[in-house]
Ligand binder design. Structure first.
Ligand code: SF4
Length: 302
């Protein structure tokens, strides 16, 4: 039997065709019961219907926190939507959601309708958003959830939300390779994914953990679109000269050379991005800057 995804991950394949048959099942007390099961998740056909109505499904991952991933997701969403695309964002950073604040919907709650949960509509070009933040009573409430509850929420966001037809659905994943990553790649495995955008900073410390991210993507059979080196350059406001923050860093070059991952671009520090964290909407000038900021990346996903 060919090695299954779950054997590669060392994960229980309870809701897959390999239920009770994978190598990991040998010696498991539940094997007799599981081997009689079809392993088909009855929810999967609903997930497939929802997701097949969306043209480009893109996961955005980073190895470490603080690399500006959610900010980049927000900028990509604004840029794509401003250029006429229908865009949705699933904020899967369940314990540390920041997308609602940046997309101007921090105080909005998700509404239930006869067609499913209605995503919240951002004032920025009608971007549709779901986030754990929109399920909390207060914006300061902590999410204290273990793995299975997070898994259910990820599944709910793709199955029960009425996304309609979209050009892009961006999945903002938390740092690392954990529950949210496993669940999202698992529920999306029967629909065509555009792939994963990896985000890093140029510091050498990020290199090993980024390699783990690439390895994760390969183990779960998800294509990697490429790596973005964020906060990589500094442009002098006086003379306009551009300087590399870590001249001997070059994490994206190493990933390209050693792991065959395409480098999509090095992005500079952009002071206008700090306005995304403020509790007010961006001015036209700041939106223009944001669109320019991610322009080098958009061409790889459109
Ligand atoms: S036998 Fe069943 S419970 Fe045990 S690892 Fe396999 S699928 Fe999971």
């Amino acid at each position: 039997m060919a090695e299954s995804r779950e054997d590669r991950l060392g994960e229980c394949p309870a809701d897959t065709e390999f239920v009770g048959k994978a190598d990991i099942c040998k010696g498991c007390p539940g094997r007799d019961y599981c081997s009689k099961s079809s392993g088909i998740d009855p929810d999967q056909k609903f997930i497939d219907v929802r997701m097949n109505a969306i043209r480009n499904k893109i996961l955005i991952m980073s190895a470490k926190g603080g690399v500006g991933k959610s900010t980049l997701v927000t900028c990509l969403a604004i840029s794509l939507a401003k250029n006429g695309s229908k865009v949705g964002v699933i904020d899967l950073d369940i314990c540390g959601p920041s997308i609602p604040l940046m997309l101007g919907i921090k105080h909005e709650n998700i509404i239930h309708s006869e067609y499913g949960w209605k995503p919240i509509i951002s004032p920025y070009f009608g971007i549709k958003v779901v986030s754990s933040q929109s399920l909390l009573e207060s914006s300061d409430s902590a999410v204290v959830w273990r793995g299975p509850r997070k898994t259910n929420l990820v599944k709910t966001f793709v199955k029960d939300v009425f996304w309609g037809r979209l050009d892009y659905l961006l999945f903002d994943l938390p740092p690392g390779t954990s529950d949210e990553h496993l669940t999202s790649t698992k529920v999306l495995k029967s629909v065509k994914l555009k792939g994963v955008l990896l985000v890093t900073t140029p510091h050498k410390l990020a290199k090993d953990t980024m390699c783990k991210c690439v390895d994760f993507c390969r183990k779960v059979d998800v294509p990697v679109i490429g790596v973005i080196e964020n906060m990589s350059l500094y442009k002098c406001p006086c003379c306009g000269e551009t300087t590399e923050i870590y001249p001997d860093g070059g994490v994206s070059e190493v990933l390209e050379r050693e792991m065959g991952v395409q480098m999509l671009g090095k992005l500079p520090f952009e002071d206008k991005l700090s306005e995304l964290g403020e509790d007010k909407l961006l001015e036209e000038d700041s939106i223009k800057k944001i669109v320019e900021y991610v322009q080098p990346i958009c061409k790889y996903i459109s």
